[in-house]
Design a binder for this molecule. Structure first.
Ligand code: KG4
Ligand code: ZN
Length: 334
């Protein structure tokens, strides 16, 4: 049949993004208006500021996405929009824009779960092989997901407190590094050795859940105790030790899930997929297990609308459309 062009819209956090993706696989455009510079001043994302910026940027971002793809709304078969989880005021901007276009032009609407989007970023790189295990790690999420087929998700484990990226950002702040601190810790970690003993949150023996707040506290205590004693601590070694703890738990739980669920492929997604320590460790372990590992390019790992359009294509094929009363759902389950 003729190609299916889906317009994707993503506004769940601090990126306003619109994209046109053909047949769920080919990115024709992927426009991202980042607000990182504004939120940097506050050391984190300020929800009211994010919503306001989305309102200011959404129309132009959608127009740019269509223009760069060489398409008009006449060429679009469906609109896929993130409707949760995320900041409610931020989500609503994208959802309202998608509904308005859907209603005005009679184009079907598809609601997409943000995590499904992160996972489907991988399909923009290579075809998915089922069953698979996906590790989604970002500033807002840490989830281990099992998929037996397209559109079917089972959360095996998730964080009980901080997301992995959030832990990176908090440790970075304690080391007086700028926000977002993840990349800075990553860089420091490569200049140090993991010589400082820090805990690993394995939790219950069978659990696939994660916890990073105890590790974060241990890092803060290490810094505090050293300064009390008038000793200095190598930020490089502390970063390396923190990164070693985070990546060991993430990778070993992923590998255990891969074995238990006999996965044929491992997918990595989310902003923390940029982490060199995590990529190297996961590549090494997947290599040892003879498992194909897919890591999308960074531009598709961080929040973007192409991944939302890619995930929306699965719903399109199943004719699973949303109604015009679609709402933003901050705590949407997968
Ligand atoms: O996916 P993302 O762009 O936004 C969310 O949906 O949260 O992820 C951003 C997070 C931030 O916490 C940032 O510090 C972290 O990803 N991050 C990293 C690295 N690059 C980004 N964390 C560790 N190492 C990195 N190289
Ligand atoms: Zn995200």
């Amino acid at each position: 049949g003729r190609p299916v062009n889906i317009l994707g819209i993503e506004t769940s956090c601090d990126e306003t993004s619109a994209s046109v993706v053909q047949d769920g696989r080919t990115v024709l455009s992927n426009i991202i208006a980042s607000q990182a510079d504004i939120h940097k001043r506050f050391g984190g994302v300020v929800p009211e500021v994010a919503s306001r910026r989305h309102v200011e940027n959404i129309t132009l971002t959608i127009e740019e996405a269509l223009q760069e793809a060489g398409k008009t709304l006449d060429d679009i078969q469906a609109i896929a929009v993130t409707y949760g989880p995320g900041l409610v005021g931020a989500l609503l901007v994208g959802v309202a824009a998608a509904k308005a276009i859907s209603y005005a032009r009679g184009i079907p609407l598809i609601g997409v779960h943000h995590i499904a989007g992160h996972i489907y970023a991988n399909r923009l790189v290579t075809e998915m092989e089922f069953p698979l295990i996906a590790l989604v790690v970002s500033g807002g999420h840490t989830e281990l997901v099992w998929m037996k087929e397209h559109g079917h998700y089972e959360i095996l484990g998730e964080t009980r407190d901080d997301a992995a990226g959030e832990a990176y950002d908090k440790v970075a702040r304690a080391l007086q590094l700028p926000y977002p601190g993840g990349p800075h810790i990553d860089r420091l970690a490569h200049e140090g050795t993991p010589s400082i003993p820090l805990p690993r949150a394995w939790l219950e023996p069978n659990s696939y859940d994660f916890s990073f707040s105890g590790l974060k506290s241990a890092v803060l205590n290490t810094l505090h105790n050293a300064s009390q004693r008038g000793e200095s601590i190598s930020p490089q070694d502390l970063a390396a030790s923190f990164q070693d703890s985070v990546t060991e738990v993430l990778v070993e739980k992923t590998i255990r899930a891969v074995k238990e669920y006999r996965a044929r492929q491992v997918l990595l997604a989310g902003g923390v997929a940029a982490n060199r320590g995590l990529r190297e460790r996961l590549s090494k372990r997947c290599g040892e297990e003879g498992l194909p590992l897919v890591i999308p390019p960074l531009s598709l790992c961080t929040d973007n609308a192409a991944m939302i359009a890619a995930a929306g294509y699965i719903s399109y094929q199943k004719r699973r459309f949303a109604r015009l009363d679609l709402n933003g759902v901050p705590g949407l389950p997968l």
